[in-house]
Design a protein around this ligand. Structure first.
Ligand code: ZN
Length: 647
């Protein structure tokens, strides 16, 4: 029962009625049928102990949804659900050929989550089997596709959610109260204000704060990985307008650490509210955050937060699909749209007040189809202010056509194979790594290069597994391929997992040629630096940069011509002369200048104002003036700590 895009903007419900929406709904249902009614964030869930009422009230619920313009769901009361073992047996018998791999019982919410290799066979023709499961077990079945690559880490994340089923039910109810109860207060003045706590005239530490008389919403909360100055790594969380205890919601656009690293840190200091993002963003974000703890410990540093803080974040995360509309506070309505950047990456559309103002925060975006993701969305219900990135927004930031870039890469790779060298590719974990896997497996499949071992550090393997778990977030070609075991590009036997320091040593010492994909993408700690220490002094090897290299990072220094790598080995300093061939791949998961301009031109409707951020100062200013000239609209290029009143 999804609240569709089409009826999303009909009206904000009349204020008085909204104040007690559950009471109003109950007027339409016989009182003795409902055992409890509560919020699940912006959704309303009714529980019944009457089995017949549960099975035969579809039309009543549909009418309520139409009347109230809210998602409303009827579930059996936990008291009437069938014993779990018996339920498993019945479902297994009803869906014998579905290859069910797992059952998880979300008992507080009467939901059974069924993981199956062939989900269609649990659903049945027009949902026939689902209906039978409901009839025979009084559980609400939820079906997930078992990914072709399994990952213990993803399963761990799921377990955190279901082990805390009781807490989760209470938490979602509390979020709902915050959304609906606020209406009673009513405010005379309406205004919208946005503060830039990071990523203004810089790439890194993305963090924006949206304020209205009713709401405090944070958009992204990342770190500047490349910054050498520790004090400048964090966004300005000490800005006078930001108080953690007043924060209503956090929205995370994607799982790169410069957008999501600090979320567990906010939980550590007492935040208890929701985080909104897509499901793949939640999974990859948790993985990368866990990895930073490991790296910090290996390097003898204190991590900024603990595994427990990451679990708190997972417990409080509310996942949304793209284009699913939901209220997040009394006067802010959120919709996520595909941003084309990495798996599950989203642009944030915010509808503020009763039609008062509409904002699109693009975050990192790619406005062309890549070999793995679709291009960013361009159609929105309404739009007044756009906040756009400008990582490659300078007038000279023009990337060559994809074919040309692919061709160039093929030549480099063929050269490495010929010289029996090793190609080291530092990657960010999510996005480029999987694009490169697609590219290399395609070259091998078409016999354009000889088969070559491609080593993936353990975490990249897990992130690839997450890609196969969420095919709906990939472009249609890849989606089709991964459903066929023989064609699944990620299952190609050229890919090998590297799980330990010992295995890493074997890869380095192995005779012959190979490709190594390793984090971090900017050579700031992590396995990529470990490899470089060993491979850097050999001219047969090559180092291929695939992502943005932040100012101050080792990657940027090498690109600028540094020929030495100095690192600490115990108390001693060691120096490796860099003879490795250095090459920057001119293919990006960000829009280049032309794509950014095309994106604005393609947006429907067009924004009235564009705010430019997430770029080095010169690029931000350059893009701002070009947008102003071409589209004759107001542009802003705020600095960190500046705020702009939008209405
Ligand atoms: Zn990014």
């Amino acid at each position: 029962m999804r609240w569709s895009k089409t009826n999303a903007f009909i009206c904000f419900f009349c204020l008085k009625k909204m104040a007690d929406i559950i009471k109003e709904i109950m007027k339409f249902i016989p009182a003795d049928k409902i055992s409890s009614a509560e919020y699940e964030a912006a959704d309303i869930v009714l529980y019944t102990k009457d089995k017949d009422f549960f099975l035969n009230s579809e039309s009543t619920i549909k009418e309520l949804v139409n009347e109230f313009k809210k998602r409303i769901e009827l579930r059996p009361d936990p008291d009437i659900t069938l014993d779990q073992e018996k339920t498993k047996k019945i479902i297994s018998e009803l869906a014998t050929d579905a290859n069910i791999t797992d059952f998880i019982f979300d008992s507080q919410r009467s939901r059974v989550i069924i993981h199956a290799e062939k989900p269609g066979l649990v659903i049945g023709k027009q949902g026939a089997i689902l209906r039978e499961i409901k009839e025979k077990t009084s559980w609400v079945p939820i079906i997930f596709r078992t990914p072709p690559i399994r990952s213990k880490l993803i399963e761990g994340i799921r377990n955190v959610l279901y082990e805390n089923s009781d807490y989760r039910r209470k938490f979602l109810n509390k979020v709902g109260h915050r959304i609906y109860d606020g209406w009673q207060r009513g405010k005379k003045h309406e205004w919208v204000r946005i503060s830039f706590l990071g990523a203004a005239r810089q790439v890194g530490r993305s963090c924006l704060l949206l304020q209205t008389p009713e709401s405090r919403v944070m958009l992204d909360c990342g770190i500047d990985i490349a910054s050498i100055q520790q004090a400048e790594q964090f966004p300005f969380l000490d800005a006078p307008e930001f108080k953690l205890e007043d924060l209503d919601a956090i929205i995370i656009t994607h799982s790169h650490l410069d957008h999501c690293y600090l979320v567990p840190y906010l939980y550590k200091f007492g935040y208890k509210g929701p985080v909104y993002c897509t499901a793949p963003t939640r999974d990859v974000m948790a993985l990368l955050q866990l990895d930073t703890i490991k790296i910090a410990m290996n390097e003898g540093r204190d991590p900024h937060y603990s595994v427990e803080d990451i679990k708190e974040m997972i417990k409080h995360t509310i996942c949304l699909d793209w284009e699913e509309v939901t209220d997040i506070t009394p006067d802010v309505r959120l919709t996520l749209y595909n941003s084309g950047h990495i798996l599950g990456s989203s642009m944030v559309h915010l509808h503020v007040g009763n039609g008062l103002h509409n904002i699109l925060y693009t975050s990192d975006m790619k406005f062309s189809r890549t070999n793995i993701y679709e291009a960013a969305a361009t159609s929105f219900p309404r739009l007044e202010t756009m906040i756009i990135e400008s990582t490659y927004g300078g007038s000279d930031d023009l990337s060559p056509p994809r074919k040309e870039a692919d061709e160039q890469f093929k030549e480099k790779l063929a050269n490495v194979i010929k010289n029996k060298g090793k190609m080291l590719m530092p990657v960010l974990g999510s996005g480029r790594a999987q694009q490169l896997m697609m590219l290399i497996s395609e070259l091998v499949r078409k016999k354009e290069i000889a088969p070559i071992n491609v080593y993936l550090e353990g975490m990249l393997w897990d992130i690839t597994a997450i890609h196969t778990a969420y095919p709906e977030y990939l472009n249609i070609n890849v989606r089709k391929q991964i459903f066929h075991k023989d064609e699944n590009p990620f299952l190609n036997e050229i890919f090998k997992r590297v799980g330990s320091a010992e295995e890493r040593r074997l890869v380095i010492e192995e005779e012959g040629t190979c490709v190594i994909l390793a984090t971090s993408g900017m050579l700031v700690g992590g396995p990529s630096v470990e490899y470089l220490k060993q491979l850097g002094d050999n001219a047969r090897n090559s180092l291929v940069f695939t992502c943005y290299q932040g100012e101050g990072s080792l990657g940027r220094r090498i690109l600028n011509g540094d020929k030495e790598l100095t690192f600490k080995n115990g108390a001693q300093s060691e120096v490796v002369p860099l003879k490795i061939e250095v090459y920057k791949m001119s293919l990006s998961d960000h829009s280049d200048r032309e794509e950014l301009m095309n994106f604005i031109a393609s947006c429907d409707p067009k924004p009235r104002r564009v705010i430019i951020q997430h770029g080095e100062s010169s690029k931000v200013l350059d893009l701002a003036s070009s947008i102003h000239k071409q589209f004759k609209i107001e542009t802003n290029a705020p600095r960190n700590l500046e705020a702009i009143r939008l209405r």
